[in-house]
Design a protein around this ligand. Structure first.
Ligand code: FES
Length: 104
């Protein structure tokens, strides 16, 4: 997994849970939604809030600061006050661990 960042063991990211890892200065939030893993930048495009820890409903995570929602599958902003997407990153499972990277 050269160039990838180890997030955690797979056993530490069960359905309904999230983890945050850093690739350099980039905070990446990885979500397990019903057994599928999704990684987006842990930054709300409204005013920089951290998305990890916000309420999750279906495939959306709500920013705890002012309520913008983002699709964890695509990074798309789903409602005001955010209009721009947050970045989406690749996620992989290898050697019983979860991996991601900032591929921009
Ligand atoms: S910082 Fe996320 S909604 Fe304002």
């Amino acid at each position: 997994m050269n160039g990838w960042i180890r997030v955690c063991a797979t056993s530490e990211l069960l359905p309904g849970e999230f983890q945050v890892a850093f690739d350099g200065d980039t905070a990446i939030a990885v979500f397990n939604i019903d057994g599928e893993l999704y990684a987006i930048e842990d930054v709300c495009t409204h005013d920089g809030g951290e998305l990890a820890g916000g309420p999750i409903e279906g495939f959306s995570v709500e920013c705890p600061r002012h309520g913008a929602k983002f699709d964890v599958r695509t990074g798309e902003a789903l409602c005001a006050p955010a209009y721009l997407p947050t970045a989406k990153f690749p996620v992989a499972v290898d050697a019983d661990a979860v991996w991601t990277r900032d591929d921009r």
